[in-house]
Design a binder for this molecule. Structure first.
Ligand code: PMP
Length: 436
């Protein structure tokens, strides 16, 4: 089924150097091809929907640098804003009007977000949000859900408990048990698992943090009423509800998941799109909680490059582009085209339980070896990842790039066209035919 032979010799030789200087040859493990096999592709540029590697191969990009590039690569308005800023200042380490401008826009888009703080990564945002929640409630524990990713701060790197209602054990070497002992793990979409934890530890639970649409275990949607249940139970026990919208924020709707599911959290974390591809993230929420943060309050949190001018203008320009391009409608239309193509081309394989597919807005995901959409992590883990890996390499052969793991989602940008979606689905179909 190859229609084009790629030569990856330059990628391979850069990676050989990379293996000598970086652990595993990469600066973030998700970039390694450990899970799908093979050597990572080394990129040199991107334009619109296209990515180009160091060998000159062209790929249609469904990775979006893991989310930020919702309007594609090299958007002229974003480049223009950054170019202008480059000559003014790259960093001040002091207040600038650029950060106020972006914050005001974000607050205008997200009702209920009363105050925020910019940081430089999603990891910092979630870590700091939990700290503020603990400071506001004067409680220690928090609940996270198995399969949700909230960055790599020690307290989030926990294994799911062996049974329900168990305290967290570290899932990473180098994390002392002490730092995860206040992390409680529940099962996504299981009210029962959350209730058990609240019954046992309710007096000391500061927060519940969740990806309101889980996009780090493939794509798992919240069951109807699940987020409202979390709203009710956190209110009842005086815990802070945190929506980690680092993935979903400004990608699914103006007001994020609160708007889509009509459930307003107390706090949010954002990242990716708000920096337009330059490192920026934020945490925020109710004034009463955010006033706990230094210098107003006693919860310390700081950052040399926080509110970085280049990131602020790139983020602002990205949000303006989203508005100008009517991106959410455009992406939903594209998504519906993808739904129809999947329905038309993969129906017989779906009926034979070879594959299933889920989409919300500009996130999509194929699960293999099942026709039942996973509702929580262990169901995702029992899908056929070997078959995903075959499909993955077929996508690469056909010039389509996605994040290299079956636990990742596909991203649509506003540059994607129907012809690209056809190609994406056709590859899946062809692999499934050869598997029969
Ligand atoms: N939260 C979520 C939901 C994420 O998807 C990620 C990263 N993919 C993070 C937090 C961490 O963000 P960063 O990689 O910028 O630290």
């Amino acid at each position: 089924m190859k229609n084009k032979e790629h030569n990856f010799s330059h990628s391979i030789s850069v990676m050989e150097r990379s293996y000598r200087v970086f652990p595993g040859g990469v600066n973030s493990p998700v970039r390694s091809f450990r899970s799908v096999g093979g050597t990572p592709i080394v990129f040199s540029s991107g334009k619109g929907k296209y990515l180009y590697d160091v060998d000159g191969n062209e790929f249609i990009d469904f990775c979006s640098s893991w989310g930020p590039l919702i309007v594609g690569y090299s958007n002229p308005a974003i480049i223009g804003a950054m170019q202008e800023q480059l000559y003014k200042a790259i960093t001040f380490g002091a207040p600038s009007d650029l950060e106020v401008k972006l914050a005001e826009k974000i607050m205008d888009w997200v009702p209920g977000l009363e105050m925020l703080r910019f940081v430089s990564s999603g990891t910092e945002a979630t870590m700091s949000a939990v700290r503020a929640a603990r400071a506001a409630t004067k409680k220690n524990k928090f609940i996270k859900f198995e399969g949700c990713y909230h960055g790599h701060a020690d307290q989030f790197l926990v294994k799911a408990g062996s049974g329900l209602a168990t305290l967290g054990n570290p899932s990473s070497a180098g994390v002392p048990v002490g730092t995860t002992s206040d992390t409680l793990t529940a099962i996504y979409n299981s009210e029962e698992s959350v209730l058990e934890l609240f019954e046992k530890y309710g007096d000391d639970i500061a927060a519940v943090i969740i990806e309101p649409v889980a996009a780090n275990m493939g794509l798992v949607l919240p069951k109807s009423g699940f987020l409202q249940f979390l709203r009710n139970v956190t209110e009842k026990f005086g815990a802070v509800l945190i929506f980690d919208e680092v993935m979903t924020g400004f990608r699914l709707a103006r007001g994020g998941c609160a708007e889509i599911f009509s459930v307003e959290p107390d706090m949010w974390t954002f990242g990716k799109i708000i920096g337009g591809g330059v490192p920026a993230a934020a945490y925020g929420g109710k004034k009463q909680i955010m006033q706990q943060v230094a210098p107003l309050g006693a919860a310390y949190q700081a950052g040399t490059l926080s509110g970085n001018p280049l990131a602020m203008v790139a983020g602002y320009a990205t949000l303006c582009e989203i508005e100008q391009q009517n991106a959410f409608i455009k992406l939903e239309n594209l998504g519906q085209k993808l739904d129809s193509l999947v329905d038309a081309e993969l129906k017989s394989f779906i009926e034979k339980s070879k594959v299933c597919y889920v989409r919300i807005g500009s996130f999509f995901c194929f699960f293999f070896g099942t026709n039942k959409l996973p509702t929580h992590f262990s169901e995702v883990a029992s899908t056929d990842m070997k078959l995903f890996n075959k499909v993955y390499h077929a996508w690469i052969e056909q010039g389509i790039y996605l994040g290299p793991s079956g636990y990742e989602v596909g991203f649509l940008s506003t540059c994607i066209e129907e012809i690209d979606l056809k190609k994406l689905v056709e590859v899946v179909k062809n692999v499934l035919i050869t598997e029969e």
